[in-house]
Structures are given as C-alpha cells and as structure tokens.
Write a protein that binds this ligand. Structure first.
Ligand code: PEP
Ligand code: MG
Length: 758
C-alpha cells in the first residue's frame, strides 16, 4: 500500500500540469481500488463551488459542467463536513443530487473524501460502485491518506495554471488574475523584474529550460562533461577495486555502460539541437529515464532510477565547472528558487538583483535577513512555486504581503509601479531624520546600531547615521567562499569594517554557522540542525578555525580600539571561560610575533532560553549582552524560524517572548551591563516601541530599517511605550499585541511604516 501511495504521489508531483495530475490520480485510484467510478472535484476559488474536473466512469460530457456548492449534493456535504462520507445507497441520501449528464444513477455505493491543504478544502475525491456496499475501513483509510498526500501536489499543479490548469477546463482560478502565488513576507518592499532561477547542483528537478546563446558551444561543453565523468568513473572504479567485491565494483561499469550506450547522450544532444541549453536538455532526458525505471514493479530495477539520477548530477556538476563562474543575469533580476541559500544570493551581482523569492523558509531565514540587509524585498515559503517554469517570466514581488505575481496583468504592474514611486518618495521623507538625534519626545536617548555582514552594508549604515555596528555577522564571507578564509583575508575584511566606523564601536560576532547556514565546503548533516552543532559549539570544537578568527579580529583592532567580540548560541556558562582562554592565547601568540593587541570587551548573545534562567551569572561573566530575538523566539516558542508551515506561529511579539525579554532587561539593569537587542524585533516598528517601553537603550537592525526606527523613536514617548508593554505582556496572543501596536502607530501617524511589519 505504501508503495502505491509513494508511486502515485511521485507521478503526480512530476506531472506537467493539472490535467495530467488529475488523470493520474483518477486512473491509479480506480485501478487500485477496483471501483467503477473515480472522480475529482476541485473548488473554483472565485465562485467557491466544486467543479467536476476529471472522471473515469461518469460521462465525459459532464466534466467542467457539473458544479455544486457546499450546500448541494454529497460532494458539497463532504466539503462542508471536511470528513469522509461512506454510503451504501447514495441515491437514497437526502443530499443526493442527480445530474443527468453524469449517468451516475447506476452507482449505489459512494465514498467521498476531502482534499485539504492548510485547513482549506481544495476539492473532493470520490469513488463509486454499482454494487450496494459500504466501503471497508482500509479502503477509506487508503483514500484519506492519498488525498492528504496529494493535497500539496494538487495545489502545486493548480498554481502552475496557464499551461494546463483549471482555466482550460472551463473554470476560473487565481491563475487568471495574473497567477498570484502566496508566501510569507520575508523582507519589506516591492519590486518588478525578471525571474532568474537558482538551483543547487544536487537539485536536478529545479533546472530551468533556457534558449542557448550558442548551440555548438552547448554541445561542446556537454560532450566535454560526459568525457570527464567517464574518466572519473574509470578512476573511481580502479581506486575502489581493492576494497569492494567485484559485484560491487560492477556498479561503476553499469554507470559507464549507461553513458556509453546510445540513448542518454544521444537524446540529450537532440534536445540541445532542438534549442535547449545543455543543463535543461540533460534534466529532461534524465527525468524521463528515471520515470521509466521508477515505474518498474521489480524493486531492483526501480532502484536503478537513483543511479540515473546520480549520473545526471555528476554530468551536471561538470557542466557547471565548464560554465561561467560569475553568473550573468539581466538587469532587474528576481532570484527564484526552491530553497534559495545565502550563498546563491551572494553569487548574483547585486546591482542586478531586485528581489528574492523562495519556495521554502520564512522571514527569519538567513536569506531573508540578507535580503533586508541589501534593502531588497523577499517573499519566502511560497509553497506552490513551480520553480522550473519561471525562468525569464515577468514578475512582481510584494515583500509586505508575501504575494508573488507571475506574468502580472498590466493593471497589477501599473499598480505596483505606482507603489514603487510612492516608496521612493517616502524614503526621501525619511531622509529628513538622518541628521537628527535618536531621542524620544520625553528626552530618552535610544542608541541605534546597524546589523551588517557585507561590505556594502557598511557604507549604507554610515550614510544612515547609526552610532556603530551592533552585530556584524562574520559568517557571510565564510559562506560565499570555497574554503575557510585565511587569517590575512579575515584581517583585511574586519579592518575595513572597524576602520570605517572608528571611533564608533563595532561588534564582530564570531562565526555562527550550522543551523540554516551551512558552509558548502564543510557540510554538516543533522536531523535537527537548529538544535545541533551551531555557533559557539562548532567553533569551540575547532580551535584551529576559531583561533584564526580571533587572531584576525585582534589584529584588525590594533590602533583602532573599537572592537567588541560577541559569541553566538551560548548555552553554557563555561563556554565564556573557554573563549576567554582562547582569546588570551591568541593575544599571546600575537605578542610573540611582536603585535601588541588589546583585550576587547566580550559579549554574549542571549538567544537560548536557558541563559535567561541563569541571567545573573551571565551578567557576572560577560562584558555586555546582546539579545537575539530571532533565535530566542524560535527556541522559546518551539517554532522553527525557517519552516513556512508553522510561520504563522512565529511572532516576536508573543507575550511570552516579551516577558522573557523583560527578565533580561531587568537583570542587565541590576548588574549595570549594557544590553542591545539585535534580532528582527529591533527593526520592526511595533517591536521597537515595546523594547523602548521595556527600557532597552540600544537597538541594532538591518540598515534598511534604521531611518524608520529613528522616526518611531522621535515620535513615541518612552512613557507611553512603557504603558503599552505592560498591557502587551498581559495579553493572550501576539495578534492582540499587534492590533494594539497597529492602532498606536496609526495614532502617531506612523501607519506608513507598518506596511513593512506584519
Ligand atoms: C538572532 O538570533 O536574533 C540573531 C540576531 O542572530 P541570527 O539571526 O544571525 O541567528
Ligand atoms: Mg541567532
């Protein structure tokens, strides 16, 4: 059973459009359950009723014609109750509605199950039979499981619209309105641009089709890649010969035979000649061959599908080596991908990049943070993104609402162009506060710092008039290289930051990789990476990497004296002591080389809830604290900051998070320790008001938020903010808190700022 479920889901996922996906579902269900009829009804999102989309067993003329509301017929009843309905004698049921064009009076038994995607009923899957019988429990369970597994695939197929979607069957859909896909706001702003698909080597499925500039060149690089892979396979086979049995060694011969055989290489060449670039042509051929093998009943043969896929990836990676190193992209590119990583984003020349859209992740993913740092909008967690088909499409990205339009209508495009013009005007308005102090109307000074990671951030933050750098994420240069940067390289990078800001303070955070930031050259595979080998845990386990970084930081600070060092992901007090020892060692080593370095202040990120329960001890041991609301929220609420399925549960304004922040603020005050908040909460106008009210005196945020927050500080008295925070902590839900803050911002005529918030 599990086998069948997997096979059907796989086939549906690979289907080129909705019509084909529905045909596969209907055929497989009818065959597996041996029923006379199997039909799929889908909800017409505009009109709300259910339309017969595909059937085996009912008359074909009924397709696209039969429509029922949720108060009509048995299909409507399944949708209304959101549960299966299993009847022995359907025509006798009070809700049975007869449509003469279907010919369904012949069928007695009826089993209908809802297809539900994220709490909303997408459609109904129905099986019918002429014998009078109740379907058995295992049959119901099969259909329910299948419907649950297929919900995502149907949503996908439907969202791909245009090509073969709902419209072509005589019903309307979101797609008609310019194919709007919904995701989560990742970084504020709007952009209009051309989609450029990003994919990883491992992800064959994501490679787009493209017209090659020069077909002969494509053919040449494909042949070269195949030749290279053949040579590698021969070498591998020889190298491994002593360690494996001849049977196991045969695997390499199988690979070689596939490559030397006629079909795979010849078919790819044909596709290139027909006008696709080599990676696209290769993807088409590999996936077709994979499907043939996957469909085979014999488990040995069906496993061969993975060999073909592996071979495809090998050739692809050689093709990439052959290809350009720096990707050429059009002006106004919108980077689109299944799982866009920070390094993929960094690969695109920034002057050409206007937005990012990712099928996975949420506003707290590092790629979204990077987008905010670059001041470009991002939409994350767009479940229904059919990445491959988007290359070259015109798109509109709305980072405020999380909407992503593909081939937008002229009206939508004009509307967004107007918004872009308004934004430019609004940003000019913000310029007015640039030179003004960050002081509240009741005279409290709130220090505003920048979160940086790229050198381009630095100039922008200086221009925005911040008081220093509250968080410099040193991992970005590590992420975009192909090996650990050496000491000299790091000294140069850190010196640039420290120098440009001197005498203002600069907080350099030590390497925080792991979690969702994996280094391409240091892969870590973990079941739960956010609870795993991350931040300080990893660097303390690798003193050779850590000492290099510490030495580079100390060297960069010589003569400037504005460095402060911050430790990420601290969860045990002794980690601070361990770092102090390494720091002392780094200083000694430098002294041996004649470099007199200073011991900089050492701070701890408060982002693991355990630190709050030992906060007095942390205050004793650290020179300053920096509260990371992104991770603190994720760990406190047990909501993965990258998981779009639970993104609606992630909110830094949750009263429990506010109460936790209050503990930290109080402790810092008791101990006279400096505390800055450097997570997304500090750059969110609503969050910033609450932090001011709690008594936080330092906020560090992405450069794009600096002027907005200064605007807020200058308008809202701290005394008023304190009243608001006291009320917020007593509230039941973050939604209530947000509503109250929204009203407050409107009251201070700051409504224009919250489009950027939630
Ligand atoms: C945080 O966790 O709030 C933080 C600032 O660090 P990062 O987002 O880099 O994990
Ligand atoms: Mg963090």
């Amino acid at each position: 059973m599990l086998d069948i479920l997997h096979r059907v889901t796989r086939e549906v996922n690979a289907a080129p459009g909705l019509r084909e996906a529905l045909r596969i579902i209907v055929d497989r269900v009818a065959d597996t359950m041996s029923v006379d009829v199997c039909s799929v009804y889908l909800r017409d999102t505009k009109q709300g009723d259910f339309v017969l989309m595909h059937t085996r067993g009912l008359h074909q003329e009924a397709v696209g014609q039969v429509r029922l509301t949720t108060s009509e017929g048995l299909v409507g009843l399944v949708a209304e109750r959101e549960e299966p309905i299993n009847l022995e004698n359907a025509p006798a049921h009070s809700r049975f509605l007869y449509f003469p064009e279907t010919g369904e009076e012949r069928y007695s038994s009826f089993l209908g199950v809802p297809v539900i995607h994220y709490r909303s009923v997408l459609g109904v899957l129905v099986v019918q039979q002429s014998d009078q019988r109740r379907f058995e429990e295992n049959e119901v369970a099969f259909l329910v499981t299948l419907a649950a597994q297929l919900a995502g695939a149907i949503a996908h197929a439907r969202a791909s619209g245009g090509i073969d979607g709902f419209d072509s069957l005589g019903a309307s859909s979101d797609a008609a309105a310019g194919r709007v896909l919904r995701g989560l706001p990742g970084a504020p702003g709007v952009a209009i641009g051309t989609a450029v698909v990003s994919y990883t080597q491992a992800d064959l499925n994501a490679i787009p089709d493209r017209c090659p500039l020069d077909i002969d060149l494509e053919l040449e690089s494909f042949q070269a890649a195949v030749g290279q892979v053949k040579r590698e396979l021969k070498e591998l086979s020889e190298r491994i010969a002593d360690s494996v049995t001849p049977d196991e060694q045969m695997l390499f011969d199988v690979y070689l035979r596939i490559l030397e055989g006629d079909s795979l290489v010849r078919e790819t060449i044909e596709r290139i000649r027909a006008g696709n670039w080599a990676p696209g042509a290769l993807r088409q051929v590999i996936l077709e061959h994979v499907k043939v093998f996957e469909d085979m009943e014999d488990p040995y043969l069906s496993e061969r599908a993975s060999d073909i896929r592996d071979l495809g990836r090998r050739i692809l990676s050689r093709l990439r080596d052959e290809g350009e190193q720096v990707r050429q992209v059009p002006d106004h590119s919108v980077l689109v991908g299944h799982e866009v990583s920070a390094s993929q984003l960094a690969e695109i020349p920034q002057e050409n990049l206007v937005a990012v859209v990712s099928a996975t992740g949420s506003r707290n993913s590092h790629v979204a943070i990077l987008a905010r740092a670059l001041g470009i909008p991002a939409v994350m967690g767009v479940d229904d993104l059919r990445v491959r088909q988007l290359e070259g499409c015109k798109t509109v990205v709305d980072g405020y609402s999380g909407r992503f339009y593909v081939d937008p209508s002229t009206t939508i495009e004009q509307e967004y162009q107007r918004l872009l013009d308004d934004e430019a005007e609004f940003t000019q308005g913000l310029e007015a506060v640039k030179e003004k102090p960050s002081v509240s109307p009741d005279g409290r000074h709130i220090s505003l710092y920048a979160n940086t990671g790229l050198i381009s951030d630095i100039n922008l933050s200086i221009a925005a008039g911040c008081e220093g750098i509250g968080l410099h994420r040193t991992e970005f240069p590590f992420l975009i290289r192909d090996r650990f940067p050496g000491e000299e390289d790091q000294v140069r990078l850190y010196r640039q930051v420290l120098e440009q800001f001197s005498p203002r303070p600069v907080v350099l955070r030590t390497l925080d990789v792991g979690g969702d930031k994996s280094l391409p050259y240091f892969p870590i595979h973990e079941e739960n990476p956010f609870l795993g080998w991350r931040g300080i845990r990893l660097t303390l386990d690798h003193p050779e990497i850590f000492l290099t970084q510490l030495r580079a930081m100390l060297r960069a600070d010589v003569g400037l004296n504005n460095l402060q060092i911050l430790l990420p992901m601290v969860s045990r007090l002794e980690e601070i002591g361990d770092v102090r020892e390494l720091l002392a060692r780094a200083k000694e080593e430098l002294a041996e080389d004649g470099i007199e370095a200073r011991t900089p202040p050492l701070g701890v990120m408060i982002e693991v809830p355990a630190t709050i329960y030992q906060i007095d001890r942390y205050c004793d041991q650290a020179d300053f604290l920096s509260l990371g609301s992104n991770d603190l929220t994720q760990y406190l609420l047990a909501v993965d900051r990258n998981n779009s399925r639970v993104a609606n549960l992630y909110d830094e304004l949750h009263p429990a998070v506010l109460a936790a922040v209050r503990e930290v603020v109080w402790a810092a005050r008791r101990h006279g320790k400096r505390l800055t908040v450097c997570g997304g909460m500090a750059g969110d106008p609503a969050g910033a008001i609450l932090l001011m009210g709690l008594g936080v005196q330092g906020l560090s945020m992405s450069v794009s938020s600096l002027l907005r927050i200064k605007w807020v500080v200058r308008r809202v008295p701290v005394s008023r903010a304190a009243e608001l925070v006291n009320r917020a902590i007593e509230m039941d839900s973050p939604e209530e808190v947000r509503r109250m803050l929204r009203r407050t911002l409107e009251e201070y005529e700051l409504g224009g700022l919250i489009r950027a918030g939630k």
